[in-house]
Design a protein around this ligand. Structure first.
Ligand code: HPA
Length: 287
């Protein structure tokens, strides 16, 4: 399906209307589940499930570990929208496609977005299965998702990116981690396009530039979310040590496996953050 920048407003409304008609409440929190982390979406009860293939204007997601579904469910006194499956540049998608799910969440009413991903660890002392709170990012993708005609209905031409990752949400995540005894590292996420993993020299370069972890997603979504005024929390599951920092070769299977093993911890963390940031909703009528 083609997304047309001049018609994106109408296209988003087209996608959102049938979804909202099936939900009792608008979602206020969105979660994008990264590689191997989709189990969180499957654990939700009383959920409305919308396969991407049934949503108008939606591309299909093609990567193993990304099943391509929007799940809307009541959770901890609010309603959340989980995106199981995202669109990456390395699959050949363009800016409008990569950012479509986040913009749809905005259209559905989401004000807070939790972006999760699998990432390679770069920071000294990191190991596979660590969780990292994203404090900031480096856009190493050679492109910006807001390039082209500005979508004024979403946000300004030159949006500020000083606090991409909300300080308030970071504090909430850190205090939940402390209460729950979860070790939560903190650092800068470098977004690269992939699909090849990095060379050891590239990892040394990224480290010199200030990166603590590296991955192939999240940055365009975070930029699009901030453009649209959504508060963002970013969590990386460190699935492997980045190239050259470990003896083994890197495989996507390893990334998926590591995702599974930290999924439970991630779920606890996300649950605690939702407790900390949400107040129970009143039944809602749609304007
Ligand atoms: N590099 C880039 N992306 C990744 C990695 C990595 O080492 N691990 C998981 N996603």
């Amino acid at each position: 399906m083609t997304l047309l920048p001049n018609h994106l407003h109408e296209q988003l409304a087209d996608i959102a209307a049938p979804i909202l008609s099936k939900c009792n409440q608008k979602p206020t929190v969105g979660i994008v589940l990264g590689s191997g982390l989709s189990g969180f979406g499957d654990s939700l009860t009383d959920a409305q499930v919308f396969p991407y293939s049934e949503l108008p204007h939606f591309p299909d997601s093609t990567v193993a570990g990304h099943s391509g579904k929007l799940i809307i469910a009541p959770y901890k006194g609010t309603t959340i929208a989980c995106l199981q499956g995202r669109f990456h540049y390395y699959e050949g998608y363009d800016n409008a496609q990569v950012t479509l799910p986040v913009r749809l969440l905005k259209q559905l009413g989401v004000e807070t977005l939790i972006l999760t991903n699998a990432a390679g660890g770069i920071q000294d002392g990191m190991s596979a299965d660590d969780l990292m709170l994203i404090t900031d990012h480096l856009n190493m993708m050679g492109r910006n998702p807001l390039t082209g005609k500005n979508l004024d209905f979403l946000g300004p031409r030159f949006p500020d990116m000083t606090n991409v990752y909300s300080q308030k949400l970071q504090q909430a995540a850190l205090s939940v981690a402390k209460q729950q005894g979860i070790t939560l590292k903190q650092g800068v996420y470098a977004g690269v396009t992939g699909p090849s993993y990095e060379t050891p020299a590239e990892i040394r370069m990224l480290k010199t530039l200030g990166a603590d972890a590296v991955g192939m997603s999240t940055v365009p979504e975070a930029i699009a979310a901030r453009h649209a005024g959504i508060d963002v929390l970013g969590l990386s599951c460190i699935s492997n040590l980045a190239a050259g920092l470990h003896h083994t070769t890197l495989t996507h299977e390893e990334v998926l496996e590591a995702g599974k093993s930290v999924a439970k911890t991630l779920q606890t963390l996300v649950g605690g953050v939702l407790d900390a940031i949400t107040t129970p909703q009143q039944p809602k009528t749609f304007a």
